[in-house]
Design a protein around this ligand. Structure first.
Ligand code: C2O
Length: 551
């Protein structure tokens, strides 16, 4: 007994980024994959393990990979956002990401963090408890990753290039997918629908990941309730629901007991599109839970699977009820008192068209987006982290405004554009190392109101409260959950509303914060935190790896 010890392992993987022919929606396309797989390989590790992933770029695009939700304590060089922590891996180049899982358990994922490559370059990253530790819930019979995605008939890189050229909104995708397959309700997709065999009476753990580029998604299973036990690799108080909602970047772990008459049941995902007054094509992706009853062939048994009830695309109350229902499993020691009290607006805006050009946005403008009116611009010569490390001036400035430049009714329609023209810049906000940060994220409706799934790299945070309208410290502070708030890495800031998060700035580095709708990051809805643990330096950050790409 005395000899029992925790074994941490090192997992080595080769990830070859390459063009691969894949047939979807009746046509074959050359898409970018890892190791020819779409979705990409699932990484399975234990809490405490180390991952060493050698990425070789055989595609014709620049690429970086990001390990979404991994804390990357002192290993910021492995975080991956292009031009923030590294220059891209050029075609023909390679880079090895090396990092250790410290204290996280549950479902995360990995994805490309260059342009819109993550449309097809993504996979699950599953973290099991340490050796000899168990889940804080019934041990499931099977664990099933469910990756929700989005498929474009066009090359997603061309879609975003065209949108950037014209300033217009990019085309929407042609299908949603479950584990890479659109499913029965899309053209030419029926025979490839994902079928998941299950045993009657079993309780399975579904690890649901929203890897879609630009769409929040509802997910439900016909006839079955889901018991939520985790979100963003953090355990939650179990609660039972018939529908879950995930913003891009978010994960939700659910236990599902196969307690229905043996048959085939659809699981399905459909858009939650909160943009007000913008009707959305709510086509639906499906997969099939198959009770191994031979139901599709046995006479007398259901051939057509049952279909779940899914909320309407604009059902904000169901979406909100789900996200505000999440609680940490245990009582939390909330970091306090607050050292940094920040207020950031997040929202869309419009840029004037450059003189002599025609732009495709509303009334001849270009779409933009910003945090506190600063529209984030990626540097081109050095990544921010490299520039900081080598003391290269002129790549970024540290004057990101801690509070919005003007105060007004953020959620009123038609705020004067003169008041709110996003300013393009590469600005970071310096957080004092070890400080307790409270951040109010206030959605705006300068141009349009939408839900924004805001993701912070290098940190998990507690979501203390969320609500609609303008955040009002005098009355909303009383609503803070200081007992068992959920811990996440991506928070949905409600449409025309706000969310308050809290975390300790204990990880030195440069950490991107952005809306996880890729179209919004393209428009500049991002900023970065700089956390220095030395005077003007990142003292305990590990040195840059020798193979770190240069620009
Ligand atoms: Cu999942 Cu910056 O990303």
């Amino acid at each position: 007994l005395l000899c029992s010890h925790i074994k941490a392992e090192v997992h080595y993987h080769d990830f070859v980024v390459q063009a691969t022919p894949v047939k979807r929606l009746c046509k074959t396309h050359n898409i970018i994959t890892v190791n020819g797989q779409y979705p990409g390989p699932t990484l399975e590790v234990k809490n405490g393990d180390t991952l060493v992933i050698n990425v070789v770029n055989r595609a014709r695009y620049n690429v970086t990979l990001h390990w979404h939700g991994i804390r990357q304590m002192r290993t910021g060089w492995a975080d991956g956002p292009e031009m923030v922590t590294q220059c891209p891996i050029r075609p023909g180049g390679s880079y090895t990401y090396r990092f250790t899982i410290e204290g996280q358990e549950g479902t995360l994922w990995w994805h490309a963090h260059s342009s819109w490559l993550r449309a097809t370059v993504y996979g699950a990253l599953i973290i099991h408890p340490k050796e000899n530790n168990s889940y804080p819930f019934t041990n499931p019979t099977r664990e099933i990753p469910i990756l929700l995605g989005e498929w474009w008939d066009a090359n997603p890189i061309d879609v975003v290039r065209e949108a950037t050229r014209t300033g217009a909104a990019p085309n929407i995708s042609d299908a949603f997918t479950i584990n890479g397959q659109p499913g029965d309700f899309y053209n030419c997709s029926g025979k490839d629908t994902t079928v998941i065999p299950v045993g009657a009476g079993d309780t399975n753990l579904l690890r649901v990941i929203n890897a879609a580029l630009n769409t929040e998604l509802f997910f439900a299973i016909a006839g079955h309730q889901m018991t939520v036990v985790g979100a963003d690799a953090s355990y939650t108080k179990p609660f039972t629901t018939s529908v879950i909602m995930l913003g891009p970047g978010q994960t939700t772990d659910v236990l599902v007991t196969m307690d229905q008459p043996p048959s085939r049941y659809y699981m399905a995902a459909r858009a939650y599109a909160s943009a007000q007054g913008v009707p959305f094509d709510n086509t639906t992706t499906t997969a099939i839970l198959d009770y191994d009853c031979g139901c599709s062939t046995k006479p007398g048994l259901a051939i057509q699977p049952a279909f779940p009830a899914l909320p309407a695309y604009n059902d904000t109350s169901t979406a909100t009820a789900f996200s505000t229902g999440l609680r940490s499993l245990d009582k939390v020691r909330i970091p306090s008192p607050v050292d940094e009290d920040l207020f950031f607006t997040v929202g869309l805006g419009l840029f004037n068209c450059p003189p002599g050009k025609t732009c495709g946005g509303p009334n001849g403008t270009r779409f933009g987006a910003s945090v506190n009116n600063v529209s984030f611009v990626l540097p081109t010569s050095f990544s921010i982290l490299q520039a900081h490390h080598h003391g290269v001036p002129g790549v970024f400035t540290t004057d990101f405004p801690a509070n919005p430049p003007v105060q007004f009714d953020y959620t009123a329609a038609n705020v004067s554009r003169a008041l709110w023209q996003p300013v393009p810049a590469t600005k970071v906000y310096k957080l004092k190392y070890g400080s307790v940060v409270q951040l109010v994220l206030q959605g705006t409706s300068i141009f349009a109101a939408e839900n924004h799934p805001i993701h912070i790299h290098g940190y998990d945070f507690y979501i203390l409260a969320e609500g609609f309208g303008n955040f009002d410290a005098a009355k909303d502070t009383a609503k803070f959950n200081l007992v068992d708030p959920p811990m996440r890495n991506t928070v949905g800031v409600p449409v025309n509303g706000w969310a308050v998060i809290r975390f300790v700035a204990d990880n030195p580095g440069v950490w991107l914060m952005h809306c996880h709708l890729d179209v919004h990051i393209t428009w500049g809805l991002a900023m970065a935190f700089l956390v220095e643990d030395g005077v003007g330096e990142l003292q305990s950050l590990e040195p840059p790896p020798a193979d770190l790409p240069l620009c």
